[in-house]
Write a protein that binds this ligand. Structure first.
Ligand code: ACO
Length: 402
């Protein structure tokens, strides 16, 4: 396939493939998906095993370095991340400049972009020690940035990280804790969030990861590339879907819980009305991540308390769609985000923040792909071609004649 692609490139023919449905933009050894069979593996390990038995930090190491860490490697990696969780005090002042109701995704992207101004000491994309340092800085600081974006939105003071805590626990404390009060971490909630991050950690050449690779292919530094990835994830057809699902469920609730009426609007293709959290470019079968989440959603919601009415609507909606020819013919199944919003909401996160949680989970995948891209001797600057459909050559007319 790779050789054929290269030969074709020499012929001068252009492949017209909007949305890159058939285009392999890279070879990659990170994540394997079989969309028809509903299989997802990181570095060969089935997602079900990782979700059940691993941790987000361990999975981050696996994605980035290619192998599961041994005890020493995991300790080193964890302690390096812990040492870098603080934000520069000047970077903290950035948050003051945004309006109180700013969406946290552009805030996150701007702060990540700003990291390349604070850490100019290590930006060379071809210096492995620089890249290792930027990797750790990102893994450590992005949760702090995300928590501060939340605190800013509710007008509460920022908490310094507590590095005696694990990554997820630290993030929860910085998000929900208050300076003068001890914050008790709910282990059920921490475990569930850790698992959700694992499930989001990579998904090969999705829109945001492709963005990270494309920006990085110009040899832009890791922070710059990840900041662009965050913005790609912002869109409602990608990471923004998790909050769009909640908005959709709330809309159905306001309509007396009438699932049928909503499904009819979807089938009639009313502009802007899609069954959010359904469908996937690659999965034409049940998304394996959605399967895991659905299994745990009930447990988690019953333990930490959730909105039963919305969960009930979600279940009825899923059942209704899966038995309807419109969805069956188009092979539309729930994706990873159909149930995540309900869990995030039960944890106390506002809807706008759900996509930030997706970004926290996807971060190690973006980093792993950027590193793979930069180390690959086959990498060229990403530069698609086009089919020109504009005007033929014509002569310039002075303003008086137009
Ligand atoms: N609701 C209703 N109809 C849908 C949906 C949906 N969620 N998804 C696809 N379709 C229909 C399309 O209208 C189209 O029908 P047609 O052939 O009659 O025109 C057909 O299914 C194929 O859809 P495409 O848009 O061509 O599929 P594509 O692969 O381009 O899109 C996508 C994939 C963007 C995920 C789409 O399914 C969608 O918009 N889903 C809702 C948003 C969502 O949940 N996104 C999260 C994706 S997963 C992630 O990022 C984590």
């Amino acid at each position: 396939g790779i050789q054929l692609g290269k030969l074709l490139a020499q012929t001068g023919y252009i492949t017209y493939d909007p949305g890159f449905v058939n285009t392999g933009a890279a070879s990659s050894a990170i994540t394997y998906i079989d969309g028809d069979a509903g299989i997802l593996r990181y570095r060969g390990y089935p997602i079900e095993q990782l979700a059940e038995r691993s941790t987000f930090v361990e999975v981050s190491y696996l994605l980035i370095h290619g192998e599961l860490p041994n005890k020493q490697q995991l300790e080193d990696f964890t302690s390096k991340i812990n040492r870098h969780t603080l934000l520069h005090e000047d970077l903290k002042r950035f948050f003051d400049g945004f309006p109180r109701d700013a969406h946290p995704m552009p805030v996150l992207s701007s702060a990540v972009s700003a990291l390349s101004t604070f850490y100019q000491d290590a930006l060379d994309p071809f210096d492995k020690s620089n890249v290792d340092l930027s990797t750790v800085r990102l893994l450590a600081k992005v949760p702090t940035i995300a928590a501060y974006a939340y605190k800013k939105s509710i007008g509460q003071p920022f908490l310094y990280p507590d590095n005696s805590l694990g990554l997820v626990e630290n993030f929860l404390r910085m998000t929900f804790g208050l300076p003068a009060e001890p914050y008790e971490i709910d282990p059920v909630m921490a475990k569930a969030l850790d698992q959700l991050f694992i499930l989001h950690a990579d998904h090969e050449q999705n829109c945001s990861t492709s963005t990270v690779r494309l920006v990085g292919s110009s040899e832009a530094n890791l922070f710059a590339s990840i900041s662009a990835g965050v913005m790609a994830l912002f869109g409602p057809l990608h990471g923004g879907a998790n909050s769009a699902v909640l908005d959709m469920l709330e809309g159905i609730k306001a309509d007396g819980g009438n699932v049928d009426r909503f499904v009819e609007r979807v089938k009639n293709k009313e502009p802007g009305v899609r069954l959010m959290g359904f469908g996937h470019r690659v999965y034409k079968n049940y998304d394996p991540r959605a399967k895991i989440i659905k299994k745990t959603a009930d447990e988690i919601l019953s333990k930490i308390g959730g909105n039963d009415e919305l969960l009930d609507i979600a279940k009825r909606l899923e059942e209704r769609a899966l038995s309807d020819d419109y969805f069956v013919e188009r092979k539309l199944y729930p994706n990873v985000d159909f149930y995540t919003g309900l869990i995030y909401r039960a944890m106390g996160f506002p809807t706008q923040f759900f996509t930030v949680l997706f970004a926290l989970g996807r971060l190690p995948g973006w980093i792993a792909h950027w590193r793979e891209m930069i180390e690959d001797p086959e990498t060229k600057i990403g530069r698609p071609r086009q089919i020109y459909t504009g005007a033929k050559e014509r002569d310039y007319k002075p303003l008086s004649e137009r």
